[in-house]
Write a new protein. Sequence first.
Length: 107
Amino acid sequence: MSVDELHDLLKNAESTSEYQFESTIVNLTEQICENMEAEGISRADLARRLGKSRAWVTKVLRGDRNLTLKTITEVLWELGYNISIQTEPRLYSPVDLEHDQVLVNQL
Protein backbone atom coordinates (compact mmCIF):
# COMPACT_ATOMS: atom_id res chain seq x y z
CA MET A 1 0.00 0.00 0.00
CA SER A 2 1.39 3.38 -0.98
CA VAL A 3 1.61 6.38 1.31
CA ASP A 4 -1.10 8.14 -0.72
CA GLU A 5 -3.41 5.13 -0.43
CA LEU A 6 -2.82 4.98 3.31
CA HIS A 7 -3.48 8.71 3.63
CA ASP A 8 -6.76 8.34 1.70
CA LEU A 9 -7.78 5.35 3.82
CA LEU A 10 -7.15 7.24 7.06
CA LYS A 11 -8.91 10.35 5.77
CA ASN A 12 -11.95 8.25 4.83
CA ALA A 13 -11.89 6.51 8.21
CA GLU A 14 -12.51 9.86 9.90
CA SER A 15 -15.95 9.90 8.29
CA THR A 16 -17.04 6.67 10.00
CA SER A 17 -19.14 6.28 13.11
CA GLU A 18 -16.45 4.05 14.66
CA TYR A 19 -13.89 6.87 14.36
CA GLN A 20 -16.39 9.28 15.93
CA PHE A 21 -16.99 6.86 18.81
CA GLU A 22 -13.27 6.43 19.56
CA SER A 23 -12.67 10.17 19.26
CA THR A 24 -15.49 10.87 21.72
CA ILE A 25 -14.03 8.40 24.24
CA VAL A 26 -10.58 10.02 23.97
CA ASN A 27 -12.02 13.52 24.41
CA LEU A 28 -14.18 12.45 27.34
CA THR A 29 -11.40 10.69 29.24
CA GLU A 30 -9.08 13.66 28.65
CA GLN A 31 -11.75 15.96 30.08
CA ILE A 32 -12.18 13.75 33.14
CA CYS A 33 -8.40 13.78 33.72
CA GLU A 34 -8.34 17.58 33.40
CA ASN A 35 -11.21 17.84 35.90
CA MET A 36 -9.39 15.54 38.32
CA GLU A 37 -6.25 17.66 38.06
CA ALA A 38 -8.21 20.90 38.51
CA GLU A 39 -9.85 19.54 41.65
CA GLY A 40 -6.68 17.91 43.01
CA ILE A 41 -8.30 14.47 42.99
CA SER A 42 -6.12 11.39 42.46
CA ARG A 43 -7.25 8.11 40.94
CA ALA A 44 -7.21 6.58 44.40
CA ASP A 45 -9.37 9.42 45.75
CA LEU A 46 -11.86 9.01 42.91
CA ALA A 47 -11.96 5.25 43.41
CA ARG A 48 -12.78 5.72 47.12
CA ARG A 49 -15.51 8.24 46.32
CA LEU A 50 -17.07 5.87 43.78
CA GLY A 51 -16.66 2.75 45.90
CA LYS A 52 -14.59 1.20 43.10
CA SER A 53 -11.03 -0.06 42.81
CA ARG A 54 -8.18 2.11 41.57
CA ALA A 55 -7.80 -0.42 38.72
CA TRP A 56 -11.41 0.24 37.69
CA VAL A 57 -10.75 4.00 37.55
CA THR A 58 -7.58 3.40 35.54
CA LYS A 59 -9.52 1.30 33.02
CA VAL A 60 -12.16 4.01 32.71
CA LEU A 61 -9.53 6.70 32.14
CA ARG A 62 -7.74 4.57 29.52
CA GLY A 63 -11.02 4.04 27.71
CA ASP A 64 -10.79 0.27 28.28
CA ARG A 65 -14.29 0.05 29.68
CA ASN A 66 -17.47 0.57 27.69
CA LEU A 67 -18.49 3.85 29.26
CA THR A 68 -22.21 4.18 29.81
CA LEU A 69 -23.88 7.53 30.39
CA LYS A 70 -24.52 6.35 33.94
CA THR A 71 -20.81 5.68 34.55
CA ILE A 72 -19.78 8.98 32.99
CA THR A 73 -22.37 10.88 35.03
CA GLU A 74 -21.30 9.18 38.30
CA VAL A 75 -17.60 9.88 37.68
CA LEU A 76 -18.20 13.54 36.82
CA TRP A 77 -20.61 13.96 39.74
CA GLU A 78 -17.96 12.75 42.19
CA LEU A 79 -15.55 15.26 40.66
CA GLY A 80 -18.07 18.06 41.20
CA TYR A 81 -19.14 18.40 37.57
CA ASN A 82 -22.36 17.93 35.63
CA ILE A 83 -22.38 16.33 32.21
CA SER A 84 -23.48 18.30 29.17
CA ILE A 85 -23.96 16.68 25.80
CA GLN A 86 -23.74 18.72 22.65
CA THR A 87 -24.43 17.63 19.10
CA GLU A 88 -23.28 19.18 15.85
CA PRO A 89 -23.85 18.40 12.19
CA ARG A 90 -21.20 16.44 10.34
CA LEU A 91 -18.97 18.51 8.09
CA TYR A 92 -18.79 15.89 5.35
CA SER A 93 -21.30 14.16 3.14
CA PRO A 94 -22.82 11.06 4.72
CA VAL A 95 -21.22 7.82 3.57
CA ASP A 96 -23.57 4.97 2.70
CA LEU A 97 -23.55 2.17 5.27
CA GLU A 98 -21.95 -0.42 3.01
CA HIS A 99 -19.03 1.87 2.16
CA ASP A 100 -18.69 2.83 5.82
CA GLN A 101 -18.42 -0.84 6.84
CA VAL A 102 -15.83 -1.56 4.12
CA LEU A 103 -13.63 1.26 5.45
CA VAL A 104 -13.89 0.03 9.02
CA ASN A 105 -13.00 -3.51 7.97
CA GLN A 106 -9.90 -2.24 6.13
CA LEU A 107 -8.52 -0.69 9.31
